[in-house]
Design a protein around this ligand. Structure first.
Ligand code: SAH
Ligand code: SF4
Length: 339
């Protein structure tokens, strides 16, 4: 008989499973509590259950775990976890401490098909989609390692394009909200701009925050660094953003990786102001993390500050986000599922 991986089940799936064994419903609640709040790595760890109940469960089911291969800590406190999956593929997950928050940056795919020029994950190409439980397991596994500290925020900004693994990502988000119990307000999904999926996402997923990697202000320059722009150019992307339903006090975040001579001019800054007019949003300016092999460079400090100033003078919220963990290749665009 094939055993069921309890982590592959939705909330309803767990109750169905419990019912199929003729057990009362509250056993399902207990199971969820032990898997997602106490981060039990095996059925045997569930000390609240009697030996015979554990034996029964062990006969039919198991709890899967990601295997930690490597754990690197950066000088700035950022921590990178390299996990091995059942088929030997590897993914990276990054824990970022920041002013009382503990944000976990999780991956949605092994590699990425979109091949943005500035991103190491893109250089890997697409290897495979993560399953829902592999997405959620990054949280439960890291939470178990860092106890009693607690992960407070989740960003889907690790390896992969989440909207190209749509169904599994949506399912994982529901589990993060309903089973892990992290508030949807504390979760952010970042997309390179798969335009038709943005609307679908607002319909199917819990209402998490949306971040969009804009990174350029003309189709000509965006085409050069983000091939996905040829399929979904800036206008269609921003239309989808304009139509994205936002609750009061929510905003879309636009990420803008600053690259020397490519998208860092005064005209670019002014174009951002024009393009984003009418969209409730903020802009995160991310100075490029150089990967070494490419000719793309990060602008000077002065250019970065001037760029920000122009946005702020035009009443936009614009933050400079130095991405953390670059000494251990854990910063934005540096994840490649190795080293
Ligand atoms: N695929 C999604 C989410 C993962 S990338 C997306 O592209 O949005 C997360 C963020 O890292 C994106 O905003 C991307 O533009 C940024 N990024 C990628 N490579 C980078 C680099 N070398 N330096 C700085 N930011 C980078
Ligand atoms: Fe993929 Fe995002 Fe990297 Fe582009 S920036 S290659 S979409 S992971």
């Amino acid at each position: 008989m094939v055993k069921i991986n309890l982590k592959s089940l939705s909330k309803d799936g767990i109750f169905d499973f419990i019912e199929s064994l003729g057990l009362p419903r509250y056993r399902g609640e207990q199971l969820i509590h032990w898997i997602y709040k106490k981060n039990a790595a095996s059925i045997d760890e569930i000390s609240e259950f009697s030996k015979s109940l554990r034996n029964t469960l062990n006969k039919h089911a198991f709890i899967s775990n990601l295997e930690l291969v490597k754990n690197l800590k950066s000088r700035d406190g950022t921590e990178k976890f390299l996990f091995s999956l059942n088929d030997g593929q590897t993914i990276e997950t990054v824990l970022i401490p920041d002013k009382g928050r503990l944000t976990l940056c999780i991956s949605s795919q092994v590699g990425c098909a979109l091949g943005c020029r500035f991103c190491l994950t893109g250089k890997l190409g697409f290897i495979r989609n993560l399953k829902s439980f592999e997405i959620v397991d990054q949280i439960t596994t890291v939470q178990r390692i860092i106890m009693p500290k607690k992960i407070t925020n989740i960003v889907l900004m690790g390896m992969g394009e989440p909207l190209l693994n749509f169904d599994r990502v949506v399912e994982a988000l529901w589990r993060i909200v309903l089973l892990v119990g992290i508030s949807k307000r504390k979760i952010t999904l970042s997309t390179a701009g798969i335009t038709p999926r943005i609307e679908l996402f607002s319909k199917k997923a819990p209402e998490v925050n949306l971040a969009v990697s804009l990174n350029a202000t003309t189709d000509e320059s965006r085409d050069k660094i983000m091939p996905v722009n040829k399929r979904y150019p800036i206008k269609s992307l921003l239309n989808a953003c304009r139509n994205f339903p936002l609750s009061p006090r929510r905003r879309i975040t636009f990420e803008y990786v600053l690259i020397k001579g490519l998208n860092d001019s005064r005209e670019d800054a002014l174009r951002i102001v024009r393009l984003l007019k009418g969209i409730r949003c903020k802009v995160n300016l991310i100075p490029l993390n150089q990967s070494g092999s490419d000719s793309l460079k990060r602008p000077s400090e002065r250019t970065i500050l001037e760029f920000q100033k122009i946005l702020m003078q035009n009443n936009m919220t614009a933050l400079i986000r130095e991405s953390k963990g670059s000494d251990i290749l854990a910063a934005c665009g540096q994840l490649r599922g190795g080293s």
